[in-house]
Design a protein around this ligand. Structure first.
Ligand code: ATP
Length: 247
């Protein structure tokens, strides 16, 4: 039997500044315990899709004008980002956004603001360090002086401090060397397998994302133009030609 659907995005349209139609009817399903990827080039609408789910469009003067978004069958379009965190949905923004002047550990602790149980927070911190041993060795370093890879790990680690069941991960590969991207994806896969965290990942690096994802959605100009099991997409001739590069 197939796993239940955690996130269901059904025909959403998103408009920025009241006029710019950016998502033109996007639908996708994310099954519990899987890694789904939204793929496509610059400006395709990947970030907008994630922002629509986590209700982070307002700050960008954007709004969902059509369609629906459900978390385990419940409509969530009107929940605040904080409500969504309480329900286990956390977004890791593109560009990492660590607080430069805080240490790695202080950054991680900012992710536990919804948690009041100190013992639980301590357990979560240890769990993050188990998955990201690099962060443990850098715990007292100011984020500004850590590498891009460590900052990406810190951003994911901070999201994990809220004990999420669903993580929306925006462009984790951005600006990182291939080897570091691989390290980050390995940890994501580990979290998915061992902690049963469901991931929806927006990525331009189609090749890397499809190696780790279960299912992929390819976006172009605000629409999903193709979707399928990650292995099928990797072997699809059109995908190879247009998205995976030659060889
Ligand atoms: P990237 O990888 O560059 O983030 P993306 O696939 O995530 O690309 P989006 O960031 O969702 O794409 O952008 C989709 C479209 O919406 C682009 O044409 C972009 O210029 C436009 N857009 C994004 N944010 C805004 C905004 N705040 N106001 C107006 N237009 C926006």
């Amino acid at each position: 039997t197939s796993p239940p659907i955690v996130l269901n995005v059904n025909g959403i349209e998103v408009i920025y500044n009241h006029v710019i139609l950016v998502l033109k009817g996007v639908s996708l399903n994310v099954p519990e315990g899987q890694i789904a990827a939204i793929l496509g080039g610059n400006g395709a609408g990947k970030t907008t899709t994630l922002r629509a789910i986590s209700n982070l469009l307002k700050g960008e003067r954007g709004e969902v004008t059509k369609g629906s978004i459900e978390l385990r069958g419940e409509r969530i379009e009107n929940l605040s980002p904080a409500d969504l965190v309480q329900r286990g949905v956390v977004q890791v923004m593109e560009g990492r956004h660590c607080f430069a002047h805080l240490t790695i550990e202080e950054n991680l602790m900012t992710g536990s603001y919804t948690r009041t149980d100190k013992a639980e927070v301590a357990r979560n911190l240890e769990k993050v360090y188990t998955y990201f041993p690099r962060l443990k060795t850098r715990r007292t370093s100011q984020a500004a002086y850590t590498s891009g890879g460590e900052q990406q790990m810190c951003a994911i680690g901070r999201a994990l401090m809220a004990n999420p069941s669903v993580v929306l991960l925006d462009e984790p590969s951005m600006g990182l060397a291939p080897q570091i991207v691989e390290e980050v994806f390995e940890i994501v896969k580990d979290l998915n397998t061992k902690e049963k965290v469901t991931f929806l990942i927006a990525e331009q690096n189609t090749n890397m994302a499809l190696r780790y994802a279960d299912y992929g959605y390819i976006m172009e100009s605000g629409r999903i133009v193709m979707d399928g099991a990650a292995d099928d997409l990797r072997n699809n001739e059109d995908v190879k030609e247009f998205y995976l590069g030659v060889g």
